[in-house]
Ligand binder design. Sequence first.
Ligand SMILES: Cc1cc2nc3c(=O)[nH]c(=O)nc-3n(C[C@H](O)[C@H](O)[C@H](O)COP(=O)(O)OP(=O)(O)OC[C@H]3O[C@@H](n4cnc5c(N)ncnc54)[C@H](O)[C@@H]3O)c2cc1C
Ligand code: SF4
Length: 556
Amino acid sequence: MTKYDADVVIVGCGCAGGILARELTDAGIHVISLERGPDISSDEYAMDELKFPIRNKVLWGPQDEPRFTWRPDDRSSTERVITGWNGWGPGGDHLHWGAQSWRFQPATFKAQTVFGQVENGAIIDWPISYDDLEPFYQKFEERVGISGDHTKDPFHPPRQKPYPMPPTTPTYATRHFVEAVKEMGYDPFPVPGAINSVNYDGRKACGYCGFCQSYGCTIEAKGDVGLTEIRKARQNPNLEIRFHSRAIEVTVDQYGRAEGVKYVDKNKRIHHVTGRIVIIAANYLESTHLMLLSKSDQFPNGIANNRGQVGRYFHMRDITQLIGLFDEPMNSFIGPTPRWAVNRFADDNFSPEEYGEDFVMGGNITGADQQGLAGQPIEFTDAPTPEGIPNWGQEYKDFIARAYTHHYNSRIYLTEPPQDEKHIDLDPKVKDSYGLPVPRVTFDWHPQTSRQLAFLRQRAYEIYEKAGALKIWGGELGDPWVLNSHAGGTTRMGEDPSNSVVNRYCQTHEVDNLFVVGSSSFPTIGAYNPGETVGALAYWVADFIKQEAKKGEVFS
Ligand SMILES: Cc1cc2nc3c(=O)[nH]c(=O)nc-3n(C[C@H](O)[C@H](O)[C@H](O)COP(=O)(O)OP(=O)(O)OC[C@H]3O[C@@H](n4cnc5c(N)ncnc54)[C@H](O)[C@@H]3O)c2cc1C
Ligand code: SF4
């Protein structure tokens, strides 16, 4: 036995960490995976709105401790302290994801070349191309199980094979939306989803119950890395997952190479586990946080941060919801979360200039969703009301009772450019229950985002008008302190160590046996949900590590 506990220590057993664990252990590499959350299996899933989205069964606890703080810019002091958020357990955020499984477009990977620069912007090209990732997108789609029909989307990027499953059947509300979109001439198509339209890989076909996002699927028809890759990897003796294990520091040896990870168990006892390679895959906020916490003589500002790049270029795209009320019942709560979409106004699929607009990148519009994150009745009461309807009393109750069954929702997904001044560092004052400083997010929307939203909201508004909506409301820009998972930049990839943290294989420039995998490594967040690109990147990195291992480069 060597002096190491494992060949590879992975922090986080979510989407990226789970894929890496499966790929590396399949190749005979011994992995210890540290997961902050508890073990959970699909036997514990339930269609219980109170337990899941409201009381956060699969989200981090305790929900009453500070998770991060927020301020709009460098000149302000901390304005808000935010508590619990994010998925945990085997699958992480992926366990309760909405299963919309998009590829980024080729333009995203050469964002600066295609879109240029915005004021105070930090848009750069990625050091990898869409073609590099294409086989790994395919692998993700086959392993996790994606249904879709790319032939209906005129803007779908080039692909080698069709989706492994045909799309799910559109519900009545979706067909209603699709008719209106067609009349507008916008080429609607089914959003690719990790939803079994047929029995797939030992899991059942979808039953259209509508309890996807914020839940685990009780019949396992929704694919996630927990159910697929992690479940398979757990049968391999090369993998050991340590649950309730929160990493607090990546340690380094005298040469400044990663040596292992210090973590705290549920009894708050501290342990140290060593590995030849350390991979951080703890979702963008915690990956960045852990690097900043990992201070040593060699790295006084956090591991792999001697050039001050960790935490910079933070950006998050907004997702807003425009609601339409109809005369007839729509029952939009029925059916899986991925619905149909309009892609015409995203990325370089169109030219904003031709519309007299001054923004870049655009976004997409989906319908006919349920309003809210999960779309169940309790959450619906959180929805804004249209002008003239009070949000209390009998009139409100009558309105809500009717609107819940007679509405559908359009989500407008914007694309936020990275900015030089927006970043994540450690809060100088606020600490968590472990006594560690929490991450501080300095962020506000770029001015072009409001223009982008106004343009897309108008397009969605016109679709509702065509569909005969009685009332249309909502669609405001979100609060910049409500973080979502469509964010990146803070450990971004690049060729140049003076303006990036990791190289094209997510290997840090400053510590060659340390990798950071997840959306924090995206230089730009793209116009689509990030999950499939996080997954594809994890397969790409695993492939690199396996090849290096074969050459004897990484485990010597
Ligand atoms: C409600 C919701 C809906 C979503 N819907 C979609 C969607 O429809 N489509 C899409 O593309 N994306 C969606 N996403 C985003 C998608 O799930 C994420 O992009 C993806 O899971 C990120 O993968 P990751 O491996 O980086 O992080 P995660 O999957 O979150 O995994 C990170 C893991 O690290 C663990 N961890 C964190 N810190 C530590 C620590 N210090 N020590 C040990 N373990 C730690 C966490 O507990 C977690 O298990 C959604 C996210 C949410 C929250
Ligand atoms: S709609 Fe389908 S995939 Fe979603 S939770 Fe229900 S059965 Fe599962």
